[in-house]
Write a protein of this length. Structure first.
Length: 333
């Protein structure tokens, strides 16, 4: 439920090993690709970063770390938004031997991070906020000092998870990794997409609403800022766009529970990062019986904001395909 905003500042000098890295705004892709250093990467913020040597001592946000490790790149340290062992987006990741710098959003042990002498920080770029994961506006001021240790780069949370995955593969390749495994992973993923498209095409009237109820708020996700929901829309699923996104935080439209029946989809998709707690929150509300899909048990979870690899996406997409196959497209007619 977070994603406040980072100041758009680029740190140009790494503290470790005398390595010099620079960031520059590129006027054209060809210019960006022709950096003078031994290492070059055009990050999600649109800037191209170069270095005299390929970075090797990497601190990464936990989701970025997971995808880098898919390609054999092991960070020296990671920071996470919550408890690593229970994070649905980190299942299967082995962080043994990696320094844990924080397991709560907005709190990073920068002193411990400095001791790791990083030459690169990696996290997602969030365009709506102009910030990288864990360094957005609203985090502890001490945590923002992480960006003083080394340049921060990463793929952007844009209009498709596919783009995010491919951009991280590009970053891994720039760091010396063999990314050929992605071809086989992509082939299996493409098959899963075809199966999902077929399931949705068979139920053209099916509507879905992505939500995350919490405390006294019925939060409705805005697909424009959730690339996995944009993907589902592009593959044919009618994921409802809420009418009034929060002006200060457009990832969601926040409704009171008294108004939780504003949208009446055929199926509900709960943010899986806090599922089933968010489903239990809704269940405790008297209005739950007036939300047709919920009353009918027509709900599941959706992989919210954590997908970074084809294997994870393939698994989640197949789960959603099974759900669509059993859904009633005429529930709210």
């Amino acid at each position: 439920m977070r994603r406040p905003r980072l100041l758009a500042t680029v740190l140009a000098t790494a503290v470790a090993a005398g390595m010099t890295l620079t960031g520059c705004t590129s006027a054209a892709p060809d210019e960006a690709a022709s950096g003078d250093g031994a290492w070059s990467y055009t990050s999600g913020d649109g800037k191209t970063y170069t270095a005299d040597e390929v970075p090797t001592r990497i601190i990464a946000h936990s989701y970025a770390a997971k995808v880098l490790m898919e390609f054999g790149i092991k960070p020296v340290g990671i920071y996470a938004d919550g408890d690593i062992d229970s994070d649905v987006g980190l299942q299967g990741a082995d962080f043994e031997g990696i320094e844990i710098l924080g397991e709560e959003w907005g709190k990073i042990d920068v002193e411990k991070a400095a001791g790791l002498a990083p030459d690169l920080i990696v996290g997602d770029w969030w365009p709506a906020e102009g910030g990288y994961s864990g360094l957005e506006d609203g985090v502890e001021e001490s945590s923002k000092k992480l960006a003083e240790l080394a340049p921060v780069v990463g793929a952007a949370q844009g209009d498709s998870i596919v783009g995010l995955i491919e951009d991280y593969a590009e970053l891994a390749e720039s760091l010396g990794a063999d990314t050929s495994v992605i071809d086989e992973q992509r082939a299996e993923f493409d098959t899963a997409v075809e199966e999902f498209e077929a399931a949705v095409a068979a139920k053209p009237g099916l509507t879905a609403l992505a939500i995350s109820p919490y405390e006294d708020t019925y939060a409705v996700a805005v697909p424009e800022y959730a690339p996995e929901l944009l993907d589902l829309q592009s593959w044919g699923l009618d994921v409802i766009d809420p009418a009034k996104p929060d002006p200060e935080f457009p990832y969601w439209e926040s409704l009171s529970f008294e108004n939780a029946d504003t949208y009446q989809p055929d199926v509900l998709l709960f943010d899986d990062r806090s599922y089933p707690a968010n489903q239990e929150t809704l269940d405790a509300q008297p209005i739950a019986k007036d939300i047709t899909a919920y009353a009918a048990g027509a709900y599941t979870s959706w992989p919210a904001y954590w997908l970074h690899t084809y294997p994870d996406y393939t698994e989640q997409l197949r789960n959603l395909t099974d759900f669509v196959n059993e859904a009633d497209e005429n529930l709210t007619d």
